[in-house]
Design a protein around this ligand. Structure first.
Ligand SMILES: Cc1cc2nc3c(=O)[nH]c(=O)nc-3n(C[C@H](O)[C@H](O)[C@H](O)COP(=O)(O)OP(=O)(O)OC[C@H]3O[C@@H](n4cnc5c(N)ncnc54)[C@H](O)[C@@H]3O)c2cc1C
Ligand SMILES: *[C@@H]1O[C@H](CO)[C@@H](O)[C@H](O)[C@H]1NC(C)=O
Length: 507
C-alpha cells in the first residue's frame, strides 16, 4: 500500500508536468470547434482562444450548407452520389489547381463529416443543389413550414458550442475557453512550435502547447499592410460578405515563423451579395445565398435581359456581371451604390421552395426584395421597355420547358420559371469578396508546411479557411464548411497524437 502510494505520487508529479499541456486551438469557428471536440473525444484537453466576444466566426453566417457525398440523407431522398463525383466537381471548379491529395481526403470523409454534425444534433436531413455541383449534396436544415428558419451555419455553431459547454460543465479541465483574447504571436523554438502569445484586456500571456490554427481567412483584411493589398490589390474595390475579424492573423503569424503559403492570389468574389437599399455603398454586405439561385432565381441586368447561366461557377458569374451588367441608378430600389450589379428575380414558387421564413428575412426584415405585380410593373420601375422584360421571361419559360437551348449553357432548371403575368420579387445583387482560397500549405495530416524545407513544422496544425490548397483557383459552394469539419478533425487527431508522443518522450 505504502509502496503503491509512493509510486503514485512519483508518477503523478512527473505526469502532471508532462500532461499539463492542453492543446491550443486558435479560432472559434467551425474548424476550431471541430478540432476541439475531436481532441476531447480522443481523450485530450483543449484551450480554445477566440478573439471575438463569442465563438462562431464566418461559420455562423453560412447559409447554403455543407457538402457530403454518399450520405444517408442523400439516399433517403433517392439521390445517388459518391466521393469520386465530389472529387471531380471540386477539381473542375478549382481548375485542377487543387492539391489532389487533400481533395480526396475531403471527399472520402465527407459523409462522415455530415454524420459528425448530426451526432451533435444538427438536423441535416435536406440537401440543395448549388452552382457547380453535378448533384444535390449541400446539406442543410429542412425549412419549417412556418416560424423562423434555421440557417445551417448558425445552427451548426450553436450545437457544437452547446456540446462543448456540456463537456466543460461535467469536467472543466477538458475544455477551457478564452474569448476576447487574440493570438499575437506563434512561438517556435529549435524548429518546433511550443506555444503562442495571446493578448486580452488583462494583458499579454504565453500559453504552452502544440497549436491548431483555425483563425479563418483574410477577406476583410483591408489594412495598408494587409493581405488583400499584398495579394489581390485590384479586388479592394469590392465589398465583402465576411466579418471584420477575417484579418488573416493565422496566415500572417505563421508566415513570420517560416510557414509556406499557397494560392494567396486566389480570392473568391461571390457573384451575389445583396445591396441594402438603406445603405447601398456599405462595405460589408449580406450574402444572397447560392440556394436562392438553386431554387430557380433568375438574374437580369439593368436593361432587363438575362446575361448568364445563374448556376454557373462563381468566378464565371462574377465575370458576367462585371462585363454585361452596369451600375443601377437610384430610380430602381435606391440603386447599387455605384457597383456593377444584377437584379435577382423570384416568383412565389421559387420562394416557397427556398423556404418562406428564410425569404421573409431578406424581403420583410431587410427589405432587399421588392414585390411587383407583374413584369410590366417591374419594367416600369427599372425604366426599360416593357416588351424587353416580358420577352426575357417568356424566353426563359421556353428554355425551362426544354423547347429552346439556353444560350448560356444552363442545363439544370430548378423549381419553376417566372411568368410575366405573375408577382415577381426583385433585389439588387452585386459581387463581393467572399472567401480566400489561399493560406497556409498543409499536408494530409493538417500539419503546416515549412517554406524553407517543405517539411511539416513540428507542433503546428491548420484547418479551415486559414489553410490553402484544397480549393484550387475557385471554391465550390459547401466545400468550406466541409473542409472545416474534415481537416479540423484531422488536425485535432494529429495534434493529440503528437501531444501523447511528447508526453511519452518526457516520461
Ligand atoms: C456569408 C457567408 C456565407 C457562407 N456560406 C457558406 C456555406 O453555405 N457553405 C460553406 O461551405 N461555406 C460557406 N461560407 C464560407 C465558410 O463559412 C467559411 O469559409 C468557414 O466558415 C470558415 O471557417 P473557419 O473555422 O476556418 O473560420 P471562421 O468561422 O471565420 O472562424 C475563425 C475564428 O477565428 C477568430 N480569430 C481570427 N483571428 C484570431 C486571433 N488572432 N486570435 C484569436 N481568434 C482569432 C475569429 O474571430 C473567428 O471567430 C460562407 C461564408 C460567408 C461569409
Ligand atoms: C438611399 O441611399 C442613400 C445613400 O446612398 C441613403 O442616404 C438613403 O437613406 C437611402 N434611401 C432609402 C429610402 O433607404
Amino acid at each position: 500500500m505504502l509502496f503503491q502510494l509512493i509510486f503514485l505520487v512519483l508518477a503523478t508529479t512527473n505526469m502532471v508536468k508532462a500532461e499539463e499541456q492542453k492543446i491550443i486551438v486558435v479560432g472559434g469557428g467551425l474548424a476550431g470547434l471541430s478540432a476541439s471536440l475531436e481532441i476531447i473525444n480522443g481523450g485530450g484537453r483543449v484551450v480554445l482562444i477566440e478573439g471575438e466576444a463569442n465563438t462562431g466566426g464566418n461559420s455562423a453566417k453560412a447559409s447554403s450548407g455543407i457538402n457530403g457525398a454518399g450520405t444517408a440523407t442523400q439516399s433517403n431522398l433517392g439521390l445517388t452520389d459518391s466521393p469520386s463525383n465530389l472529387v471531380s466537381d471540386t477539381l473542375s471548379a478549382g481548375d485542377n489547381e487543387n492539391n489532389k491529395n487533400l481533395v480526396e481526403i475531403l471527399a472520402a470523409n465527407s459523409a462522415d463529416a455530415v454524420e459528425f454534425l448530426r451526432n451533435v444534433g444538427v438536423d441535416l436531413t435536406d440537401v440543395n443543389l448549388c452552382g457547380g455541383h453535378s448533384v444535390a449534396r449541400t446539406h442543410w436544415i429542412p425549412s419549417p413550414k412556418e416560424g423562423r428558419p434555421i440557417p445551417a451555419g448558425f445552427e451548426i455553431m450553436k450545437r457544437l458550442r452547446t456540446k462543448l459547454d456540456k463537456i466543460k460543465a461535467e469536467d472543466a479541465e477538458l475544455f477551457e475557453l478564452l474569448t476576447s483574447t487574440k493570438m499575437t504571436k506563434i512561438i517556435k523554438e529549435d524548429g518546433k512550435v511550443i506555444g503562442i502569445e495571446v493578448e486580452n484586456n488583462e494583458g499579454r500571456q504565453i500559453i504552452h502547447g502544440n497549436v491548431v490554427l483555425a483563425t479563418g481567412g483574410f477577406s476583410s483584411d483591408r489594412s495598408k499592410d494587409g493581405l488583400l493589398i499584398e495579394f489581390g490589390g485590384e479586388k479592394l474595390e469590392f465589398p465583402s460578405t465576411n466579418g471584420q475579424f477575417a484579418r488573416g492573423d493565422g496566415v500572417k503569424l505563421a508566415r513570420s515563423i517560416g510557414a509556406k503559403l499557397i494560392g494567396m492570389n486566389r480570392i473568391q468574389i461571390h457573384p451575389t451579395a445583396f445591396v441594402d437599399p438603406k445603405d447601398p455603398k456599405a462595405s460589408t454586405k449580406f450574402l444572397a445565398a447560392e440556394a436562392l439561385r438553386g431554387k430557380g432565381a433568375l438574374l437580369i441586368n439593368g436593361n432587363g435581359e438575362r446575361f448568364g447561366n445563374e448556376l454557373g461557377r462563381r468566378d464565371y458569374l462574377t465575370g458576367k456581371i462585371l462585363e454585361e451588367s452596369q451600375e443601377i441608378g437610384e430610380h430602381f430600389q435606391n440603386g447599387s451604390g455605384g457597383q456593377k450589379s444584377a437584379i435577382m428575380l423570384m416568383n412565389e414558387k421559387n420562394v416557397e421552395a427556398f423556404g418562406r421564413p428564410a425569404f421573409n428575412f431578406y424581403a420583410i426584415v431587410k427589405k432587399f426584395f421588392v414585390k411587383y405585380e407583374n413584369s410590366d410593373e417591374l419594367a416600369d420601375a427599372l425604366k426599360v421597355d416593357r416588351k424587353t422584360v416580358k420577352e426575357t421571361l417568356e424566353n426563359y419559360v421556353q428554355i425551362f420547358n426544354g423547347k429552346k437551348e439556353d444560350p448560356f449553357g444552363k442545363r439544370v432548371f430548378p423549381v419553376a420559371s417566372i411568368l410575366p403575368n405573375e408577382p415577381i420579387y426583385a433585389a439588387i445583387v452585386t459581387p463581393a469578396i467572399h472567401y480566400t482560397m489561399g493560406g497556409l500549405e498543409i499536408d494530409g495530416n493538417a500539419q503546416v508546411i515549412s517554406a524553407q524545407n517543405e517539411k511539416p513544422i513540428e507542433g503546428l496544425y491548420a484547418a479551415g479557411e486559414v489553410s490553402g490548397g484544397v480549393h484550387g483557383s475557385n471554391r465550390l459552394a459547401g466545400n468550406s464548411l466541409l473542409e472545416c469539419v474534415v481537416f479540423g478533425r484531422i488536425a485535432g487527431q494529429n495534434a493529440l497524437k503528437y501531444n501523447q508522443k511528447s508526453v511519452r518522450e518526457e516520461l
